[in-house]
Design a protein around this ligand. Sequence first.
Ligand code: MRU
Length: 370
Amino acid sequence: MENNSATFRPIWLNSAGDTVNVIDQRALPHRRVEMALNSVDQVIFAIREMVVRGAPLIGVTGAFGVFVALKTHPDCLADPAFIRDQAEKIVRARPTAVNLAWAVNRALSAVLAEKDPARRVDVARRTACEITEEEVENSKNIGRYGLPIIEEIARNKPGKPVNILTHCNAGALACIEYGTATAPIYAAHASGIPVHVWVDETRPLNQGSRLTAWELGRAGVPHTVITDNAGGHLMQHGRVDLVIVGTDRTTHTGDVANKIGTYLKALAAKDNGVPFYVALPSSTFDWTLRDGLSEIPIEERDADEVRYIPGAAKSRDYLLMPAESPAANFAFDVTPARLVTGFITERGICRADAADIRRLFPEKYPPEIP
Ligand code: MRU
């Protein structure tokens, strides 16, 4: 990972192509720590404990997990039940981001379609690499299609920066390169448009203040970290021109699951007439779900993530509240389609409704979905 570059990869194969390495995102921004994923249990640990995180990266890691499962069990290559079981274990690591099931199932299908068991390890590796490159390409195109939205705002306030608010981290760390929400911002910055990003800190794990701020700083994009509750105030005072966020799962009707707090930003944006865009690759659409609120599984994580803020070492975590008070840690919320101005996808921009999503992705709709 070179310094001061907007784009980098948080997952890679070693030069021999037999070991999957990741950046341990828990240590950022203070330390750069790498981790090799040498077993399926390590892959599951990395996803569950958020060594890797962000919907597209979770998917790619899961696909590489199928490769790791086969590579470490050469005696089971001819055993479809074993291979399916390993894949299912990986999918269960985290519930909300649909990319995980999507990518693991794609790797699984490719492996099982290969009738020569001796070639299945190669097929798994190749499929995971293909998904990786597709996600990189998707992010690039999201940047290309999102750029005109920022250009238009910039035209209407010449000489002044376009203020963009984002939540959580939907940057290179979450998406392999460029990011989704960050890709239009990088494209605007590269084309000389003055941009400034309001970065929600994103409690409890601080993906905004730890990761998005770090990425934007490396890329030289002006930004300011704000508390999660500041966005509404800034919108009321005309200090936010645009909101762009990522998503972990979006229904084919346009309901958006994303990091907890996204819904409140969408409400404030609606109340203040601020455009609220969601940037996503097609791998994050769940083509089977209609109603986000009732159907998208919302992960509830360990309450200790709310109780403690990490120090330099686990033993140095800081307790933030009375030790005996109960805490709850809902990791995601659902923003209804009616609050979303539009989706920025790898095929262009669409409204948050089934008909317009279908216009961009007609082949994804099985005939039984009207
Ligand atoms: O819990 P996380 O950090 O995996 O949650 C990530 C997010 O909510 C991101 O905003 C989302 O995955 C979009 S990343 C393209």
